[in-house]
Design a protein around this ligand. Structure first.
Ligand code: NAP
Length: 230
């Protein structure tokens, strides 16, 4: 679960643990892994496998995927929730460092994970990429986040075309999420735990394939859960 230490990732990790899965969370930071463990119910914690490991290069992501398969025998589902929010500059004000950090590094990490994980997933497994509405709708002074998100949505579609049904690859397209860093918000917004509920439902629904699932409100979540669980 690359991105499992993040605000949204935490809810996805918790939901898969509740569903009975063993969840491997890699992170560049042991501190963030330890913080995640503190946020998870200790009764679930024995199936949370924390790995201090990067996946920002092709070699690192491949090494990580190989280790997961070697240690656990197989890899069923992956839900990459990589990279966060950034804003504050119009496109022409973006520095080379901003570009590197918020477009190049996050895009490379997502792609490195996809190329390493997808071919190693169990035949009945699934890959569910997490994206935000900014991928479809440009937000003022957050253009490079929108550009990254749009690239990720197209990567998911391209994966679906290349796979031709051999693996289930989907994405969740999320509105603003209530999470540990933003504990309050509009009551119609999903929480990180509800994102997790949706991600588990996608993983468990063989009929959900090559889809972009829009989850902007709790009502949309309810409708999608009913459809996926039918
Ligand atoms: N938060 C929201 O309201 C919201 C709304 C809609 C969509 N989303 C989507 O949800 C996903 C995660 O967002 P978030 O709010 O959970 O972000 P976050 O709290 O900043 O977490 C980012 C996660 O990405 C990982 N990561 C790996 N490589 C990274 C890199 N080069 N730069 C930054 N992070 C990197 C981090 O792992 P390390 O432990 O190694 O740092 C961390 O686990 C994103 O795709 C975002 O678009 C979020």
């Amino acid at each position: 679960m690359p991105g499992g230490t993040g605000n949204v990732g935490e809810g996805i990790v918790r939901a898969f643990l509740h569903a009975g899965a063993t969840v491997v969370v890699p992170s560049r930071s042991q501190e963030r892994l330890d913080h995640l463990a503190e946020l998870i119910d200790p009764q679930l914690g024995n199936r949370l496998i924390r790995l201090q490991a990067g996946y920002g290069t092709f070699a690192e992501a491949t090494e990580l995927a190989e280790k997961i398969v070697a240690d656990h025998g197989r890899m069923d589902h992956a839900v990459p929730s990589i990279g966060g929010w950034w804003m504050g500059k119009a496109l022409w004000q973006v520095s080379e460092n901003d570009w590197q950090q918020h477009f190049v590094e996050t895009t490379t990490s997502h792609f490195a994970v996809a190329r390493a994980f997808v071919p190693r997933l169990d035949a009945a497994g699934s890959y569910t990429l997490i994206a935000g509405f900014a991928a479809r709708e440009p937000y003022p002074q957050a253009g490079i986040i929108s550009m990254h998100g749009a690239a990720m949505l197209m990567m998911r579609e391209a994966l679906s075309v290349d796979l031709g049904g051999r693996r289930r690859v989907n994405n969740l397209l999320l509105g603003p999420i209530i999470n540990r860093s933003r504990p309050n918000g509009d009551p119609s917004w999903l929480t990180a735990d509800q994102v997790g509920e949706a991600a588990v439902a996608v993983a468990l629904a063989p009929s959900v394939q090559d889809e972009s699932i829009t989850l902007g409100t709790v009502e949309e979540l309810r409708n999608e859960l009913a459809r996926m669980r039918a």
